[in-house]
Design a binder for this molecule. Structure first.
Ligand code: ADP
Ligand code: ADP
Ligand code: ZN
Length: 215
């Protein structure tokens, strides 16, 4: 069959980006992530839409959602050019979930569940590669050399929205907007819930098994 179409759901810090890298290596799918796409376009001028702020970055640094019209267009473009993919960071509200229905069919929908206390520790300790976007953690997933990306040698930085205040806001935005998206998918045959609080390797074992049984 063609490459799998995988949706990874879960709160900020659940491990979606980290596990997406594994899926890319193992299954050769494309990583479609609205977070990375928006970070590369933080200064894009969206003032003609007449919304609250004039760039995606102003929403992001506050931990708020970037408006649907901006995000939907990014995803639509990325999915039409991908064969198989792992979609990470979208949909984040019910309107986006409905939009996604009109773009593609999904083979497996995985929800990674993690408690709030653990999410705060993960996000405030997260470091990301400023060049390739790979995720690390100061305690739980250290690079070989402190501050340097194992994959590309890039500099590791802390994201603006991984400061504690924005983290709290993002978790509230998740509870209000994105939890309903998980409920929306939860009765589908393709839906699988995985305990995201396990070790990196155990989460990966469960995820790999879920994708293999779906393809
Ligand atoms: P998301 O993309 O869902 O926001 P990430 O993959 O960036 O999450 O992970 C958030 C942080 O938690 C990163 O610093 C990552 O290294 C760390 N992390 C991811 N999975 C685990 C895990 N199973 N156990 C401990 N830390 C993890
Ligand atoms: P995390 O790795 O913590 O889950 P992301 O990198 O996915 O965070 O997203 C970072 C920020 O980008 C979000 O807080 C939000 O401002 C914006 N963003 C990403 N995806 C979406 C989306 N689908 N809809 C609206 N905003 C989004
Ligand atoms: Zn890198």
């Amino acid at each position: 069959m063609s490459q799998p179409k995988i949706l990874l759901l879960g709160p900020p810090g659940a491990g979606k980006g980290t596990q997406s890298s594994n899926l890319v290596s193992e299954f050769g799918v494309e990583h479609v992530t609205t977070g990375d796409a928006l970070r590369s376009n933080k200064e894009m001028d969206i003032s003609d839409l007449g919304l609250e702020y004039d760039t995606p970055g102003e929403y992001m640094d506050r931990g708020e959602l970037v408006p649907d019209e901006v995000v939907n267009a990014i995803v639509e473009k990325a999915l039409t050019s991908a064969d198989g993919f792992v979609l990470d960071g979208y949909p984040r509200n019910l309107d986006q979930a409905e939009e996604l229905e009109s773009m593609t069919e999904l083979d497996v929908i995985v929800s990674l569940s993690v408690s709030e206390a653990e999410l705060v520790d993960r996000l405030t300790g997260r470091r990301v590669c400023s060049d390739c976007g790979e995720n690390y953690h100061v305690e739980f997933d250290q690079p070989e050399k402190a501050g340097v990306c194992d994959e590309c040698g890039g500099e590791l930085i802390q994201r603006e929205d991984d400061q504690e205040k924005a983290v709290r806001n993002r978790l509230e935005v998740f509870a209000e907007n994105t939890e309903p998206v998980i409920d929306y998918y939860s009765d589908r045959d393709a839906f699988v819930e995985i305990d995201g609080e396990q070790s990196l390797d155990d989460v990966w074992n469960d995820l790999q098994a879920a994708v293999e049984s779906a393809i």
